[in-house]
Design a protein. Structure first.
Length: 121
């Protein structure tokens, strides 16, 4: 890996995070709505063929943020539709992201077991 790859990952990933922070700071959108917006944007940009070049340029800088989850959903669905037809539209996204979802559930559960939750005051 070259320093240029790291620079592009940092710049693109950072830009996505800056957009998210601006949405939080300057709008009345809730974090949940911003999450849905980013995932949906990743799916739409993937369907239009616009997110793949960004992934090629920035690598993890484009695949780690929430838009990258949308990219994985969209790419998995597109590939499954090409292989299985209409059934792939229902199974492809879930199959492509199953590992990430399972890891999130596992680590969330481990956090709940290890740490004691406290209510906000």
């Amino acid at each position: 890996m070259e320093w240029k790859d790291l620079l592009w990952a940092f710049l693109v990933g950072g830009a996505i995070c800056v957009v998210g922070q601006l949405l939080i700071s300057l709008t009345r959108l809730t974090p949940a709505r911003i999450l849905v917006l980013f995932v949906t944007l990743g799916v739409v940009l993937t369907a239009l063929g616009l997110y793949e070049p960004l992934v090629s340029l920035a690598g993890a800088g484009a695949t780690v943020p929430l838009t990258g989850f949308g990219y994985s959903l969209g790419k998995g669905t597109i590939e499954a539709v090409q292989e299985k037809g209409l059934l792939g539209a229902f199974t492809g996204g879930i199959t492509a992201t199953a590992g990430g979802v399972a890891a999130a559930i596992l680590f969330g559960y481990l956090n709940a077991v290890i740490f004691t939750p406290k209510t906000k005051k």
